[in-house]
Structure formats: C-alpha cells, structure tokens
Design a protein around this ligand. Structure first.
Ligand code: HEM
Length: 408
C-alpha cells in the first residue's frame, strides 16, 4: 500500500495471516507502528521482550478458565448492581451517553473481579476518561512512528496529559498496595509478588504498567463492543427480537448467573458476529525482521506488515455477503468449514488476546442483564459509521434512551 510516507504490506488472506501471526511469528515482532506509541501508555508489555512475557504469564493465569469460573457469579452480581445504578440515575426518557454508561458497568465488573476493588468507582471514571483520551490521541504517532518524540505531532499534548492523569491514579495505588493487604485474584497483588528471571521484584513503574495494560485492554474494548451492540440492535429489529426471546426464555425473571451462560447460545453468536463486523481490534501491525516470501510476494526485512481483522472479515469468498449482519454464521455447523484464521477478532499466535473468554462471558452477562430490563433506542437519523483510532469506535457520540421493557 502506498501511504505516502510509508509503504506497508497489507495481508488479508487467512492462510497468509496464519503465516505472519503464527507459523513465522518470530520474523514478525511487534515494533514500530502502534506499538511504539502504545508503550508510552502501558510500557514494554506492548512489545516482545521479557517484560511482555512476564506479564502475559500473569494475565493468562488471572484470566484462565478455572479462575474465571470462580468469579463469574460475582461478576454477574456486579453487573446487575451497575445496571441498577444506571437505572436509578436515569429518569425515564432521558438520553444517556452509551460509551460512558457502558464503560461504567464494565469497569465496575473488572475492578471487582480483578483489582481487589482497589480503584474507587469515582476514580475509575477519571481513569477511563484519561485512557480513552490517550488511546484516541495517538493517531498521528501511529502513522508516523519514525518521527522522534522531540518533534511535536497533533495529539501529543492530550496524550501526555492523559498519561499523567493515569499515573496520578495508579502510582499511589501501587505504593499503597505494597504496604497493605494481599488479595486473591488481584492483578496488583500478583504483580507486586512477581519476580523476573533474575529474581528481582518489579518496581513501581513496572507494576503500574501491568495494571494500566490490564485496565486498558479490559475495559475500553468491551465497552466499545457493547456500544456497537446497541447500534446493531437498534437497526436490526429481527435480531433484537430473537435475542430478547432467548434471554427471556432462559432467564425468566431471574438475574443471570454462570449456570445460564451455556444456554445463551444465540447471545454468544450475536457477540461473535458483532466482533466480525465491528472488529474493535481493527488492525494488528507487525514489522518484518528478515526478508520473507508470502505466496510469491517478497516481503523485505524492516517493513511494516499490516493485518486487519476488519478486512479479512469482509473477504466475500470466505464470508459470503459480508455486509449482512448474520449471527447464524457462527452456528456450529457453519463454523466448521471455515479456515481457522478467517476469524481473528482476538488475534492469533503468541500474542492472541488473553481476555477472549472473559470478554465473551462478560459481554453475554451485560447484554442479558441490560436487555432483560431495557430496549436501547439509539437517537439520531441515519447509520452510525465506524471510525478508526487505536480501536474501531463510532464516528459520532452514541446517545440512547433506555426504554423499560414492556412499556411499548
Ligand atoms: C472486544 C473485546 C476485545 C478485543 C476485540 C480484543 C482484541 C485483541 C487483539 C486483536 C489482541 C492481539 C494483539 C496482537 O496480536 O498484537 C489482543 C491482545 C490482548 N488482549 Fe484483548 N481484546 C478484547 C478484550 C480483552 C479483555 C477483556 C482483556 C483483559 C481482561 C484483554 C487483554 C488482552 C491482552 C493482555 C492482550 C495482549 C496479549 C499479548 O500481547 O500477549 N483483551 N486483544
């Protein structure tokens, strides 16, 4: 692709994606585009070195199946609390900002499940705002990673201020945690108790990096996915009706629990299709180290290689009628014949998302809890278009009214 100042390779075919992300992953590390600016927010975890490996191990342990099974019911209760809180604060018919409110529900759940409740909810709003501004002001640095930091680019000031705001919340919390109690399943305690290969414990900055990485990866992505869910349900009444019928049939008037999840099959398929069409992680950049050949095309060492789930998820021979939102694509029968790398909303290979299972469960629980009580009506005319930042976000602020179910 000719992007003017750079000429990255764009890789879209599933078999080529497999080559770059898995089979020859050692030749395609995370460097340069996106990763360089991201390290300024979350530290070396956004790279490839020992700090990444150490943190990946911790995140994997925290987000493992058995650990998530232990927290699912508490997560479900926290989500009900979050939705209750939203209902109490919102007079009937009053529009709410979808991203802000869904972020509140998600972060309350994440803080309870994995942060030992260490971040007060009042500070969490602040933190979420700062992370959102930081991740949305990296556009120029993402496209121009070779420009030195000493040369100012648009977005730099907002980014710096946001990183400072993140530090102001997280660093005191890390220092406090060192003196205080150790909790189970708490990322802060786990990072503080970790030693690197030389047996050294992590310093405050390294613990801060792990905490910010986990919070950034685990909140903004999920909240944005749920905003897209509201947008889709608003424009696809048949899918919304089928989803609601499943939720009502499975839950009745009960709150969702872990036991309900296997029965919320259509809900899960809707979320999978949502992540196909609105691939929040729309781009996965890599840098080639040595020369390579992919399907007869020479890839020169030192070049940027772009993988885009957004584009691969729209290849018409792999996904017939790609523009149609059709959760049935993810029925077990239709999923079977697809190339494994045709769907990579959560990446693949050594960096594959460690939060996939957690996201799936959390999103099912939030969708079920919200839709059991409300019909989200998105305000404004016309479709809500996507916009690319670090993640795929709606171009405009999404405002919605939460109509109580049964009021129509
Ligand atoms: C809509 C939800 C989500 C999407 C679309 C998503 C997408 C992704 C993608 C595409 C990657 C791969 C990056 C690469 O190959 O370089 C990734 C990595 C990662 N994700 Fe997620 N993610 C989501 C939710 C979560 C959640 C809920 C958590 C944690 C609770 C999480 C934690 C992580 C971490 C720590 C990594 C880095 C893994 C590594 O570099 O080894 N993600 N995610």
């Amino acid at each position: 692709m000719n992007l003017g100042l750079t000429r990255p390779y764009l890789i879209t075919r599933p078999e080529h994606v497999q080559h770059v992300l898995r089979d020859n992953a050692a030749n395609y590390p995370r460097r340069g585009m996106m990763w360089k600016p991201l390290t300024r927010l979350v530290g070396e975890i956004a790279g490839e070195g020992p700090e990444w490996a150490l943190n990946r191990g911790i995140f994997q342990k925290l987000l493992s199946g058995p650990n998530i099974a232990k927290v699912t019911d508490e997560l479900a209760r926290t989500i009900v609390e979050g939705v209750d809180d939203l209902a109490e604060r919102t007079p009937p018919g009053q529009p709410v900002d979808a991203q802000t409110e869904l972020t509140r529900i998600v972060q309350r759940a994440v803080i309870r499940a994995f942060f030992g409740n260490r971040i007060p909810l009042s500070e969490a709003d602040h933190l979420a705002d700062a992370i959102r501004t930081a991740t949305r002001s990296m556009g120029a640095r993402m496209l121009l990673p070779f420009v030195p930091l000493s040369v100012p680019l648009p977005g730099d000031r907002a980014f710096q201020r946001s990183v400072q705001a993140v530090d102001d919340v997280i660093l005191p919390l890390v220092r406090e945690a060192r003196r205080g109690e150790v909790f189970d399943r708490d990322i802060v305690s786990m990072l503080i108790g970790t030693h690197d290969e030389q047996g050294r414990s992590l310093d405050d900055q390294q613990v801060r990096d792990g905490v910010v990485a986990m919070f950034t990866a685990g909140t903004e992505t999920t909240a944005t996915a749920l905003v897209w869910l509201c947008v889709v349900l608003n424009s696809q009444p048949e899918i919304a009706a089928r989803l609601r019928a499943e939720i009502d049939g499975v839950l009745g008037s009960d709150h969702p629990t872990r036991a309900h999840l296997p029965e919320l099959r259509y809900t899960k398929m809707v979320m999978q299709e949502l992540m196909r069409v609105y691939s929040i992680g729309w781009i996965i950049p890599r840098t080639s180290v040595a020369d390579d050949v992919i399907d007869g095309v020479r890839i020169r060492g030192g070049n940027t290689v772009l993988i885009s789930p957004y584009l691969t998820h729209r290849l018409p021979d792999v996904w017939p009628r790609p523009e149609v939102f059709d959760p049935e694509r993810f029925s077990p029968a239709r999923s079977k014949s697809r190339h494994r790398f045709a769907y990579m909303a959560f990446g693949a290979g050594p960096h594959q998302c460690v939060g996939t299972l957690f996201f799936t469960i959390e999103a099912q629980l939030i969708a079920a809890t919200m839709l059991q009580r409300f019909r989200p009506v998105v305000l404004g005319d016309g479709p809500v278009e996507p916009q690319v930042r670090l993640t795929l976000i709606p171009r405009e602020r999404v405002e919605m009214v939460l109509e109580p179910v049964g009021s129509r």
